[in-house]
Design a protein around this ligand. Structure first.
Ligand code: SAH
Length: 390
């Protein structure tokens, strides 16, 4: 196996458990095909483990956290089985969950989501992409009852690895619409046209927590996608749950999900949340609960300022729709925004609009999205619930 050596002063992060070796941290490059398994060594010759090398990517090596020599089907069976065992313990009896969350499952660049009898895979690195046949074979071994596997390799991050965007069924058959249950609800999603792998699994536990607060209350679910928060709230006895999303496809799917579950007091509307919140303020409308679950506002630290301004506006406007006793559910999936940043924004904006808040719940990404401590990149979801007390 070819060896690639790190520069003397760049090794600490990797020694402490980070799985990415940046191109700029290497003392030389190798002329090998993207995805080739290489051994990474310190400047004085000690091995830092093996990993997938991609000369085209800024993340030159993605380490496997072991001395793997082959990285074939057996390797993937072992790692995917370990990942599945964790999910069985933390989210028993779930039909929709993330089986493999990349780095946090020591499979950098691989995502596998399960929706009942179907698996959705995403390869975000060349090392994973070239091993697609092994990954599919391993998934069939670990999940013998699965009926179909679909790849949704349409994330723009693939272009940074020199990979094309592709999607489609890679094994078995997968229907256009797939159903699964979440917190007792029957959800129907369209994997091919839906966002991400079809559903935002990371908010599963948070939806449950908020639904418990919704009995007898009205909820405005902003950025609802296929209806997650609104449907859960309506099922738990909300008097009215209304979801807003700018995607027509998402709103149609949300409406179908309300029908499937017989939730007539759960409605959806296609709109831009920023505009709609302003309209509701000028119409002096009020809601008992406002949920804010916007998409990521910044992919890197350079865009942080703009992201913080976006959160400030959203939270300020939402607070204006709440009276004492009302609840603000606010979330951020922007990785560089910390929980402290979000808390600070809500504090400042609440002072501006004269609402006194108390924090009654805080959450994070569900445990099928574990956090690898050595890689802050794996921690992204912040989730805060405030009650307006005066
Ligand atoms: N709350 C959802 C997940 C939200 S993901 C759940 O529980 O599953 C973010 C959503 O915001 C996406 O569905 C996207 O279509 C939508 N979106 C992005 N910008 C928007 C905007 N300005 N107004 C309304 N929706 C928007």
């Amino acid at each position: 196996m070819q060896i690639i050596t790190m520069r003397p002063h760049e090794e600490r992060r990797v020694k402490e458990g980070h799985l990415w070796v940046n191109k700029s941290d290497l003392s030389h490059t190798l002329e090998v095909a993207p995805g080739t398994l290489v051994r990474v060594s310190t400047s004085d010759g000690a091995s830092l483990g093996t990993g997938f090398y991609n000369p085209l990517s800024k993340i030159a090596v993605r380490l496997l956290a072991c001395e793997e020599e082959d990285a074939g089907t057996d390797f993937f069976v072992k790692r995917i089985r370990q990942a599945q065992e964790l999910r069985e313990r933390v989210l028993p009896n779930e039909e929709g969950y993330r089986v493999v969350y990349g780095e946090a499952d020591l499979l950098s660049g691989l995502i596998v989501d399960r929706y009942g009898s179907y698996l959705v895979i995403q390869m975000l690195s060349a090392g994973m992409d070239v091993r697609k046949p092994h990954i599919i074979e391993a998934l069939r071994i670990v999940f013998p009852s699965v009926l179909g596997i679909i790849e949704k390799n349409t994330s723009q991050t693939r272009t940074r690895e020199g990979l094309e965007l592709v999607d489609g069924v890679v094994w078995g058959s997968v229907p256009d619409r797939v159903t699964f249950t979440e917190n007792g609800l029957r959800l129907e999603i369209d994997i091919a046209t839906g966002q991400k792998t079809g559903y935002f699994l990371d908010q599963k536990i948070n939806r449950k927590a908020v639904a418990l607060l919704a009995k007898g209350r009205t909820m405005l679910d902003c950025f609802c996608n296929v209806g997650g928060f609104a449907l859960n709230a309506a099922a738990q006895g909300a008097s009215l749950a209304h979801g807003i999303d700018s995607s027509a496809l998402a709103v149609e799917a949300a409406q179908r999900n309300a029908e499937i579950n017989g939730l007539t007091h759960c409605t959806f509307e296609k709109a831009n949340v920023f505009d709609l919140l302003r309209d509701h303020v000028s119409q002096e409308r009020t809601w008992d609960i406002v949920v804010l679950d916007p998409p990521s506002f910044a992919k890197h630290r350079g865009a942080l300022r703009g992201a913080l301004a976006g959160y400030a506006e959203l939270n300020r406007t939402a607070l204006k729709l709440l009276q004492p006793g009302g609840i603000l559910v606010t979330s951020s999936c922007t990785q560089p925004v910390t929980e402290h940043d979000l808390m600070d924004i809500v504090y400042r904006e609440s002072a501006r609009v004269r609402r006194r808040l108390r924090l009654i719940h805080r959450g994070a990404q569900a445990p099928d999205h574990p956090v690898l401590l050595a890689m802050t990149e794996t921690q992204y979801l912040k989730f805060l619930v405030f009650e307006v007390i005066a």
